[in-house]
Write a protein that binds this ligand. Structure first.
Ligand code: AMP
Ligand code: MG
Length: 346
């Protein structure tokens, strides 16, 4: 574990991380979304190590991270016009774009597809490491597959200690949710995963986009999701998570009732509340995930809270739900997955 200050990064640690990547090793580092587990994206054997360390199914493709726009041309075979518009607007930043891939990109990282996912992150430490390595870096979230994505170096350490060569600790990540993913390989672009760059923001610059049905509903077993990651369980803490939907006062009353009953039966209850509601619960362990008036605070804390419930050893988590406009779409997408789409309507 090497601490690196965002405002004044220690270049000797950055060089050390880059050297490990150049030699085919694995380095976890912060990005503006979550911590990534980096490896040389053009080296099939480094990529196999990533899958192994995470316990990730080999058909779930990786995103290639670049630190300069000039690194894009060699890894894609075409850059559609609409892609150019959103690259100009949102890169560097938390947006991943799916392009037709170039020959040099190993199929090991694309899940066998002829497309490749690319992101240009804005985080200074991530960019310095990629730049120093001089390679496109494959970097899925640096967690064990299925667990909530890491937003702190300590989360990475908990999941991957001993399995990777270096962890760069650059503090808490800002966005806290994985990047938005958009596929531009068809005439009408399709949103595959919502994130901090919202559908509304993208539509403002390129007009209507489609949304993969798997974004909002439990994936149909017979449908092959466009973003393969969608079919796997995600973000799941050990506890079962149940979302309670409806008018907020009724939600609070319902959760209090459920929690009181569960506690009588010896069940350890966690409650995911907000700044506005946390004082209204009389049972269970109540965690404040953020401010309803500022959804970014909820996005930023969500995975940390899911991990904290695990750490506290609760058996069940009752969670409030959030408005799906803007970044709320990404928050509800992750919460629904964490809950396995289990909810109660009041
Ligand atoms: P992660 O690296 O954990 O943030 O997840 C990366 C996700 O990007 C995967 O789960 C896929 O759903 C998606 N992805 C990566 N490459 C492709 C691709 N070529 N086509 C479609 N989806 C992709
Ligand atoms: Mg992930």
């Amino acid at each position: 574990m090497a601490k690196v200050d965002y405002d004044n990064p220690d270049m000797s640690q950055i060089k050390k991380a880059a050297d490990i990547l150049k030699r085919g090793g694995l380095v976890a580092f912060p990005t503006e979304t979550v911590y990534g587990l980096g490896g040389n994206g053009l080296d099939a054997s480094a990529c196999r190590k990533i899958y192994e360390a995470k316990g990730r199914p080999s058909d779930n493709p990786l995103i290639l991270h670049i630190s300069d726009i000039s690194q894009l041309d060699p890894i894609v075979s075409k850059i559609p016009e609409k892609a150019k518009v959103i690259m100009n607007k949102f890169w560097p930043g938390p947006l991943t774009i799916i392009f037709p891939k170039a020959e040099c990109v190993p199929k090991e990282i694309t899940g066998g597809f002829n497309t490749v996912a690319v992101r240009f992150p804005s985080h200074k430490i991530a960019r310095l490491i990629i730049q120093e390595a001089g390679l496109p870096i494959a970097a899925p979230s640096a967690n064990s597959s299925g667990k909530p994505s890491p937003t702190r170096a300590s989360h990475v350490e908990f999941d991957l200690f001993g399995k990777i060569d270096m962890i760069v600790d650059g503090g808490a990540t800002e966005v806290g949710l994985e990047s938005t993913i958009i596929d531009v390989t068809n005439e009408t672009p399709m949103l595959l995963r919502p994130g901090a760059i919202t559908r509304e923001m993208i539509e403002e610059v390129i007009g209507h986009i489609d949304v993969d049905p798997a974004v909002f509903s439990k994936p149909d077993k017979n449908l092959v999701p466009k973003a393969p990651g969608m079919k796997y369980t995600h973000y799941s803490p050990k506890a079962s998570v149940i979302l309670v939907k409806g008018d907020i006062e009724k939600v609070i009353e319902k959760i209090n009732n459920l929690a009181e009953n569960d506690e009588k039966q010896g069940v350890k209850v966690g409650i995911m509340a907000t700044l506005q509601t946390k004082d209204k619960y009389s049972f269970g362990t109540v965690l404040d995930v953020g401010d309803r008036e500022n959804p970014e605070t909820i996005g930023s804390n969500l995975f940390k809270m899911l991990r904290k419930f695990d750490f506290l050893g609760v058996d069940v988590v009752y969670s409030e739900v959030f408005d799906e406009a803007g970044e709320g779409a990404a928050i509800m997408n992750r919460l629904n997955k964490a809950a396995g789409y289990n909810y109660i309507n009041v």
